[in-house]
Design a binder for this molecule. Sequence first.
Ligand code: NAI
Length: 297
Amino acid sequence: MGNTNEARLTLGIVGAGAMGSGIAQVAAAAGINVHIFDMRADAAANSRNDVAKRLRKRVDEGKLTADEAETTIACLNVADRIEDLAACDVIVEAIVENLDVKRELFKALEGIVSEETILASNTSSLPIGAIAAGLKHRQRVGGLHFFNPVPLMRLVEVIPGPDTTDAVVETLVALGKRLGRDPVVVRDTPGFLVNLGGRAYTTEALAILHENVATPAQIDAVMRDCCGFRMGPFELMDLTGIDVNFPVTRFVHESFFGDPRLRSTPYHRYLLETGQLGRKTGRGFYHYGEGAQKPSA
Ligand code: NAI
């Protein structure tokens, strides 16, 4: 594929949730033509509307000109069918954190796009090599792992699988830079760099809660207000979504053969099983009541 600095670059995004929407926003702001697809009817259109609303709010706050906002919004296109992504230069997958589902999607994409199209995954923890296994053209598959919320978080991990070419890695790094991020190339290991290195921030907090030492609000207050973290571990898990951070925690724990420092707790799983997924469902470790200024534990 061509140079990512070319204005004509077209980016496909599959999965219009929290991450897909954020990636779409920063890409469109960089002047890239974005096509968003989601298997849920209206999800891609809702994502475009949400981004438009966010940008127009920034105009009202004087942080963006109306022209900049409208130019960005004009770069966002809703794809009704996955086949509409056929002409994209790069496609970033941001769907559910499940290896089988991701593999199935990549297989379907391979039947739609040209051999040149780069297929990237925003997975938090699953091996890029495993997502690419079974594909005909594994050399064009790589990880492009953004952080939540994408417009605010500058880091992006670029992860080559065992067959990924240097040219693909270079293109993903260049794309990350064009999106205003700071790309870091990391190895294809469970959790990559950040979700392994930072795992203890949440697993230790879960263990402290499990041992009834302190409440989520107490632990968060200490980490945020005394230790200088932007968010406490429970606030972070509620923002990420329990449906994302529980499977990631479980996967990393299993990948290190049950290393106890990486272990989750029954309450973490209970939240998942009862659909208390955090901010997205209005309840997780905290309640997010209507009009609530602050979460309540
Ligand atoms: P989300 O639940 O907000 O959005 C996922 C979207 O994908 C949904 O709209 C869903 O309808 C769609 N989807 C699911 N299966 C699909 C399929 N087969 N084809 C098309 N669309 C499909 O999830 P979120 O939080 O955006 O996460 C997405 C990915 O990004 C996951 O792999 C996650 O591990 C990763 N990630 C999440 C972060 C977070 O903080 N939430 C941070 C970094 C990575």
